[in-house]
Design a protein around this ligand. Structure first.
Ligand SMILES: CC(C)(COP(=O)(O)OP(=O)(O)OC[C@H]1O[C@@H](n2cnc3c(N)ncnc32)[C@H](O)[C@@H]1OP(=O)(O)O)[C@@H](O)C(=O)NCCC(=O)NCCS
Length: 194
């Protein structure tokens, strides 16, 4: 049922602040090469917070081959055939965090500051509202180096809940404090996606 809603909703078109036309759709099995190219264009610093080694093509192949929308919902933004942003919503279907979805997002450097991240996060909020199980969305950002991301999420209504000192290490081995931001889905009206 949820799969059917997603299939009906996507693809959709949006227009960025610079008038670029962008297609938003779910990741599909044929996206391996385009997604691999996208991640190669992401800087070392920006790749650091991704959980997987996206420079390893077999990792990307695995994502595209073994899609499981019950646990990860990956949404792409494309200009023509080129992927310009990727956001994923991660769900735990069982256990004490099954009401919390986690999001991760990267926008291509050439497409930043055009409102794309805001649009992508709004998409994920809509999707999360339709899961029926999620009550909260979480995102984690480094306090010192991801102020732009924090600002973007706060604009959308995310609230910083906790700062976790020394929680992550960068590629050079320096530790950074992490801030946990969350968004209450229960406070939102239900907007029919279809
Ligand atoms: C953070 C990131 C997703 C923002 O993407 P984006 O498409 O440029 O964001 P938007 O254009 O939607 O930004 C909306 C607002 O957020 C704020 N913002 C976004 N990036 C900012 C930055 N680098 N510095 C300061 N403010 C920023 C601004 O208020 C911006 O509005 P404005 O451009 O009108 O001033 C992008 O820079 C990125 O991919 N960074 C690396 C990965 C990352 O940090 N991911 C977030 C972890 S969940």
């Amino acid at each position: 049922m949820f799969d059917e809603i997603l299939a009906e909703e996507y693809p959709k078109q949006i227009t960025l602040e610079n008038s670029a036309e962008v297609t938003i759709r779910l990741l599909s099995s044929g996206d391996t090469d385009a997604l691999y190219q996208f991640f190669q264009s992401i800087s070392r610093d920006d790749r650091m917070f991704l959980r997987d080694n996206v420079r390893d093509k077999s990792v990307i192949e695995g994502w595209c081959r073994n899609m499981d929308l019950e646990h990860v919902i990956p949404v792409l933004a494309l200009v023509g055939d080129k992927i310009v942003a990727e956001i994923s919503l991660h769900l735990e279907r069982h256990g004490w965090k099954s009401h919390i979805g986690k999001l991760r997002l990267v926008v291509h450097k050439d497409f930043r500051r055009q409102g794309l991240a805001v649009e992508m996060v709004k998409e994920v909020i809509e999707i999360a509202l339709h899961t029926g199980s999620l009550e909260q969305l979480n995102a984690e950002c480094m306090v010192d180096t991801q102020q732009g991301a924090i600002r973007m999420l706060e604009l959308l209504g995310f609230i910083q809940r906790a700062i976790l000192p020394g929680q992550v290490k960068d590629i050079e081995g320096r530790t950074h404090d992490l801030t946990l931001l969350s968004y209450e889905l229960r406070d939102q009206e239900f907007h029919a996606i279809d």
